[in-house]
Design a protein around this ligand. Structure first.
Ligand SMILES: Cc1cc2nc3c(=O)[nH]c(=O)nc-3n(C[C@H](O)[C@H](O)[C@H](O)COP(=O)(O)O)c2cc1C
Ligand code: SF4
Length: 516
């Protein structure tokens, strides 16, 4: 009998709840029983509340068991799980699970499915097709395909990727660069990490295609140092891609070159801002640069540079493989394609949900998330990281679409959704936004450097000085909004003002008659 494959996620989220011990227990028990088992450390399927979610490749398909603890393994063998046997933890085919079956996985199509480091397994699941297409195309045709797909940057600003690539393509510099922003600093976000751990070759392929499109032969992935599992996965995947002839001087025998390296950041939120990232990558302190010049004209080491988020690059192989129209067919309005949303905070079923643009927060929070983890009513959600607005229940039907969110003062950003129940104190959340800005400010401009600290003080004075603080706080937010050099200072007012506008009672509660 050939070895039975057992998939135990090596994803950091699964490891944090015992997946390594489960993998070891599976090997140990199989040895003890003289059964041949091949353990594959796959990515996570994204149902994080069920991790460690183990799948067994049975003759009738993959059968999931979850959440599995190391102590469950003996009983699972006793139940005949290698043939898909019944057990209290048996979930069956996970792709038919309510959380999963209506998702439309494009960027995450292989995450949790394949052995992340295996170039052959990657190819067997549709990998490298996009790169092969790109090798047969002229650079401007690749740029056109990305433009036609309607892909917009998934790192936060939603800038059209095709326009950025065309700018770099149209420069004549002999050396250009591709940089991947893998700093993933936003609160409540983990899609970059899951992709890099679960399907790192997809990012490698997307970046290689970008290199062919704009004429860049060198790429760098700027990875946050807090992601050691992603660091290992990326380096191993890159080494395997070189060995397989998918990177280097002669990609797939085409005579075209693309080299790729990973560089570690040092844990500053501002190093996710693209120009601060470039400073850091060049070996300097992460300080924001003035724009212009845009990085597309003068970026890394002063050369034209494409800088995109992990998920942006990871959408590219599918666009080239299946055509711009197939990608563009997903979504709504000017928000095309799919978005991997991340459900976190006070939510019963946290995890990753990839859907076309256009679904609503309510669908995500209740149909997928199952409501709050505490069982109390959900009062607020913050979408788009620490600079995103707090949205009240009355806005939960807003479609997830960049423009629709902008109309209600929100932003989708990197797709992180942090949930709060009715015990949240929104004044404290507003204070936290200012405090976060004060801690993370690069210090280059006054409205952010000084304004954020003053913001904390003004909010603290609501308790003692009352209503007069509101005008002062709004005035300060206005200065930060219009006077800051980058979006850290420029967008911190969004969470603050949204808390004030949508949850005024939390500010009233502490508001005393003016002491003045
Ligand atoms: C303070 C700040 C932090 C940011 N952090 C990130 C980040 O962690 N990851 C990211 O991809 N983009 C981040 N961005 C956005 C980047 O500046 C830039 O827009 C992005 O890398 C462009 O890639 P995209 O077009 O693919 O989104 C941040 C921006 C600001 C202002
Ligand atoms: S807004 Fe803040 S982080 Fe951005 S450049 Fe100014 S001081 Fe630096």
């Amino acid at each position: 009998m050939s070895a039975v494959t057992v998939y135990v996620p090596g994803d950091a989220a699964a490891v944090s709840v015992g997946a390594d011990a489960v993998a070891a227990a599976v090997v140990r028990e199989a040895d003890a029983r003289g059964v041949e088992v091949r353990v594959v450390r796959n990515g996570s399927r994204g149902l994080l509340w069920l991790e460690p979610l183990v799948e067994v490749a049975t003759p009738s398909g993959r059968i999931a068991y979850a959440p599995v603890a190391a102590e469950d393994v003996v009983a699972l063998f006793d139940a005949g799980w290698l043939e898909g046997g019944e057990h209290a933890l048996r979930l069956g085919d996970i792709t038919q699970h309510a959380y999963f079956k209506d998702q439309q996985r494009v960027s995450f199509a292989r995450v949790g499915v394949i052995d992340p480091l295996d170039v052959e397994d990657y190819a067997a699941h549709g990998g490298w097709r996009g790169l092969q297409q790109a090798l047969a195309m002229a650079p401007h045709q690749i740029v056109q395909a990305v433009t036609d797909a309607g892909l917009r940057g998934r790192g936060g600003a939603a800038f059209p990727t095709g326009i950025k690539w065309k700018t770099v393509h149209d420069t004549t510099a002999p050396q250009k660069y591709i940089v991947c922003n893998a700093d993933e600093g936003d609160s409540g976000t983990f899609s970059d990490r899951m992709l890099m751990e679960g399907d790192p070759l997809c990012l490698v392929e997307g970046m290689a295609i970008a290199g062919l499109a704009v004429g860049a032969t060198q790429g760098y992935i700027y990875l946050r140092s807090e992601y050691p599992h992603a660091w290992r996965a990326l380096n191993a995947a890159i080494a395997n891609a070189y060995a397989g002839g998918w990177l280097g001087a002669d990609i797939a025998g085409s005579g075209k070159r693309f080299d790729l390296e990973v560089r570690l950041g040092a844990g500053a939120y501002i190093c996710g801002e693209e120009t601060a990232l470039l400073e850091s990558l060049e070996g300097r302190r992460g300080m924001v640069r003035f724009k212009p010049p845009l990085p597309a004209i003068q970026g890394l080491f002063g050369k034209p540079t494409v800088i995109n988020n992990v998920i942006t690059f990871s959408a590219v192989p599918a666009i080239l493989a299946d055509g711009a129209q197939a990608y563009q067919a997903h979504g709504t309005g000017r928000s095309r394609g799919t978005l991997p949303l991340q459900l976190t905070g006070n939510i019963a079923r946290g995890g990753l949900v990839e859907l076309p643009f256009g679904s609503t927060l309510r669908t995500l929070l209740y149909d997928y998330g199952g409501g709050s983890a505490s069982g109390r009513p959900i009062r607020a959600v913050q979408v788009g990281g620490p600079l995103g607005a707090y949205l009240p229940e009355s806005l939960f039907d807003t479609p997830l679409d960049y423009e629709a969110f902008a109309r209600v003062g929100g932003m989708i950003g990197h797709g992180g959704i942090v949930v709060f129940d009715d015990s949240v104190d929104m004044l404290q959340q507003a204070r936290y936004a200012m405090e976060f800005c004060a801690v993370e400010s690069c210090g280059k401009c006054t409205p952010c450097r000084i304004g954020s600290t003053r913001g904390v003080e003004v909010i603290d004075r609501f308790a003692t000085h009352g209503a007069v603080q509101e005008a002062l706080l709004r005035d300060l937010c206005d200065t930060m909004l219009h006077g800051s050099l980058c979006a850290l200072g420029g967008m911190t007012p969004f969470p603050v003002l949204s808390a004030l506008d949508h949850f005024p009672e939390d500010f009233d509660r502490v508001r005393q008659p003016s002491a003045a």
